[in-house]
Design a protein around this ligand. Structure first.
Ligand code: HEC
Length: 78
């Protein structure tokens, strides 16, 4: 599970997860903030023009998966 989601994240969030025209940078951001966003995308509480893209990503992630992902992305340099 460690490598696969990371490959998917960089497709939209860019190399080193520093952001692209499609998606914001998620490297070195607050892990509690990012966890909340992932949780809200999954539950549907966060809805926006582009949130469907993230809903597809988080649909099959468990709470543990999301904690692992934000721990990893928060550890990256901006
Ligand atoms: C298909 C493209 C795509 C993929 C793949 C993707 N994202 Fe996103 N992500 C987006 C878009 C677009 C947004 C902004 C959505 C919005 O503003 O509603 C976003 C927003 C986010 C946010 C909220 C950032 C903020 O500033 O509030 C986080 C956290 C996030 N993504 C994490 C991830 C993680 C972790 C992965 C890999 C498991 C991932 N994303 C994969 C497109 C993607």
């Amino acid at each position: 599970m460690q490598t696969q989601p990371r490959v998917q994240c960089v497709v939209c969030h860019g190399a080193d997860l520093n952001g692209t025209a499609i998606a914001p940078g998620i490297a070195s951001r607050s892990p509690t903030y990012m966890f909340r966003q992932l949780y809200d995308f999954k539950s549907g509480a966060r809805k926006g023009a582009n949130s469907e893209l993230m809903k597809l990503v988080v649909e099959n992630l468990s709470i543990d998966d999301m904690i692992a992902l934000v721990a990893y992305s928060a550890s990256l340099k901006h």
